[in-house]
Design a protein around this ligand. Sequence first.
Ligand code: NAD
Length: 475
Amino acid sequence: MPTDYANLVDGEMMTTESWVDVVNPATEEVIGRVPACGKEELDRAVAAARKAFKSWRKMSMEERREVVLKISETIKDNLDELMRLLTSEQGKPHHQAKGELLGASGMAKAQSTLSLDEEVTEDSDKRLSRTRRVPVGVVGGIVPWNFPVSMAVQKIVPALLSGCTIVLKPSPFTPLATLRLAELIKDVVPAGTVNIITGHDELGPLITEHPDIDKITFTGSTATGKKIMEGASKDLKRITLELGGNDASIVLPDVDVEKVAEQLFWSSFMNAGQVCIAAKRVYIHEDIYDALSQAIADFAKTMKVGDGAQQGTAVGPIQNKKQYERVLELIQDAKDNGYKFLVGGEEGDPTGSGYYVPITILDNPPEDARIVAEEQFGPVMPLMKFATEDEAIARANASEYGLAGAVWTKDADKGVAIAEQLETGTVWVNEFMQLSPFSPFGGHKQSGFGAEYGKEGLLEFTYPQVITVKRDAAV
Ligand code: NAD
C-alpha cells in the first residue's frame, strides 16, 4: 500500500484531493503518493512565503545561521530513514544515497559560515557610500530527480541565509525524501520561510510566471532552463540556472593505468551516470588507449547492476521510464551504426521489471555519434582515442555545454595548463565531482546562468543596494 506524503505550506503539512504517484525504479511499483498542486495551492504557498519574508528579512545573520544548522543536523539525525526512502524513489545504491544526504548536510553546515558583509565603496570628505546586500524576496526553487535532496537543500540554504523565503518544487519523480525532510524541519524553520509543494511538470511554469515570486533558482535540463528564462523574462525575475552538461575527461599518457581506471569508471557511473557532472566523454591518449580501456572494461565487469536497496549493488536503475527509454534509444543508435562495445550492448531483459540498463562502454566511437554528442545521462561511457593535447582540447570544447571537465596526468602543471583552455565552469585535475561549499559552481555556454555555492552563489539571492550620504551637504 503506497504511503501518502504531505506538502509543507505556512508551517503546516497539507494535502490535496488529487495526487501524483511515485514509482520505485528498481521494481516499477508505486511506493507513495504526493499532492498534485495547482495554481490555488501555489498561491497559498507564495502568500505564506511573502508574509514570512517581512519578518525573516529582518533576522540577523546569526539567527538565520541557527536555522540552517538545524536543517543540517536534522538530515544527519534521520540519515538511515532518509537514505532508504531516497534509494527507493531514486534508485541509487544505499551508500550513494547516504553520500548525497551527508553531502547536503555538510554543504549546509559549511555554507552557514558565509556572510553578506557591507562594503564601504567611498569614504571621503564629500560622502560616505556603502553597498549592502538585501534579499531578493520570495524565491521559487525547482529541482530535478538525480540528486533530489541535495539539490533541494542547495536551494533552501542560500535562500534562508540571504533573508529570502522559498517555495520549492521537487521533481514529480522524486519528491518523497524531500517531503519527509519537510515534515522533519516543520518546526525548525519559521512558518512560511520554507514551503515545499509538489505537482506534475505543469506546476513548474506556474512558479516561473507567478507575479509574486521574485527569483527562480532552477536545476534541470537545458531545454527546461530555456523555458524558465523565457517565463521569467515577463517581469524580469532574477534567475539562476544549473543545467545539463557533456563533460569531457582528458587522460594523458603519463598516468598509472590501473590506478586511474577505477576512478574514471566512477566518474562516469556514479548514480548510474545520471549526474550533470559525470564524465560523459573520455579522451584517452593513443599510447595508453588499449591498456586503459581494457583496465576500465575489466573493472566494469566486476560491478553489479541492480536494486540499490540490495547489498553489493554498484549501479542502480535509471530513475524513470522516459529517461530509461532515451538511454536505450542512444545505445540502439550506437548498435545500428556498428560502433564497437567494450562492455554492454547485449540485449536486456524486456520482461523483467525495473529500469535497468547494463553498464555500457564504447570503443572509440566517432565524435558525431549521438551517444557522444548528446548528454546520455545513463550508465554509458564512450572512450575515444586522441593523438595531441591540442586535438583533445578542441574536441572537448566542441560542445554547446560547458559545465565541468577533468584532466588526468602526473604532471599537475600540465594538467592546469590544459584545464585553463577548457570552456567549462569547473575543471578537476586528477579527481572528479568535487564541489566545494566555498567555490562557485556554474556552467559556461548552455550549461547554465549564474552560480551556486560559495559567496557568489549566495549573492545571487540578493540585490546590491548602495546608500550614499553626502557629508558636505548644503541642507
Ligand atoms: P527537467 O528539466 O526535465 O526537470 C527539472 C525540474 O523542472 C522538475 O522539477 C520538473 O518538474 C520541472 N519542469 C519541467 N518542465 C518545466 C517547465 N516548463 N517550467 C518549469 N519547470 C519545469 O530535468 P530532469 O530531467 O529532472 O533532470 C535532468 C537534467 O538536469 C539533466 O539535463 C542534468 O544534466 C540536469 N542537471 C543539472 C545539474 C547542474 O547543477 N547543472 C544538476 C543536476 C541535474
